[in-house]
Design a protein around this ligand. Structure first.
Ligand code: GLP
Length: 240
């Protein structure tokens, strides 16, 4: 595991963007995209490079980590809409080649199996961006998630619903259930890039990087992966 500590969040963004750019420059590549605020600066930096130096995403495809159950794709807070607004609409990545679990699927258990299979059938993810929850969750794999889990339906903890309430009009609007790639699914990606900034993430980063490998800190699964880069600022590195 490579830990890259940068002085400021802006330098975290450009370091993570450098990694993604390396894959995109190879042409056909499969990106794993995460929502949440952590990767937003990286997306902005990639969009800037597209604008300024023509970084070309036309051969790329992308898979999202997770989606709220019950929200249509068109809902402003569906993760599909968020990733369109934050990233895809600012580069030349074909929206038809951006895939996410269908939050409105009639049979969610069938949908998660289909989605998991579709990632493998597309050749797997080359580089997966990840944020980390304050409780150490990745995607929506809350503490207690099986380390080998596949894409499945999960119930959010109250803490995660509270953390995410800022994106919704009313706290009660935050869905209770989600479809999320499992820890095993995420681990199938060939390169994992975790991005975290700020003191609020320092405990979670310390547990993920230096704590025991345990389902109680889902992000500790990174310790088992053969190719991981953790890109953090000094504040998030404060407890290492
Ligand atoms: C959500 C997302 C995660 C994300 C986490 C942290 O729960 N499902 O993918 O890592 O939030 O979000 P933030 O980066 O805003 O702190």
């Amino acid at each position: 595991m490579e830990i890259v500590i940068m002085p400021t969040p802006l330098e975290v963004d450009s370091t993570a963007a450098d990694i993604v750019e390396g894959y995109v420059r190879r042409g056909a590549t499969t990106l794993g995209l995460a929502t949440g605020s952590s990767p937003i600066g990286t997306y902005r930096e990639l969009a800037r490079r597209h604008r300024v130096s023509g970084l070309d995403f036309s051969q790329a495809q992308a898979f999202l980590l997770d989606e709220y159950l019950g929200l249509p794709k068109s809902h402003s807070q569906s993760y599909y809409s968020v990733i369109r607004a934050e990233f895809v609409d600012h580069v030349n990545l074909d929206p038809e080649r951006v895939f996410s679990p269908d939050g409105e699927a009639a049979i969610p258990d069938a949908e998660v199996e289909r989605y998991d299979r579709s990632i493998a059938e597309a050749g797997g993810v080359d580089v997966q961006l990840l944020g980390i929850g304050t409780d150490g969750h990745i995607g929506f794999n809350e503490p207690g998630s099986a380390l080998s889990s596949r894409t499945r339906v999960k119930t959010l903890t109250e803490q995660t619903r509270i953390d995410n309430a800022r994106f919704f009009e009313r706290p009660d609007d935050v869905p209770h259930h989600v479809l999320t790639q499992g820890l095993g699914t995420i681990s199938d990606a060939r390169h994992l890039v975790m991005i975290a900034t700020g003191e609020g993430k320092a405990d979670a980063i310390a547990a993920a990087v230096e704590g025991p490998l345990t389902a109680f800190c889902p992000a500790s699964i990174l310790q088992w992966h053969r190719h991981v880069t953790v890109v953090i600022d000094e504040a998030a590195a404060g407890r290492l």
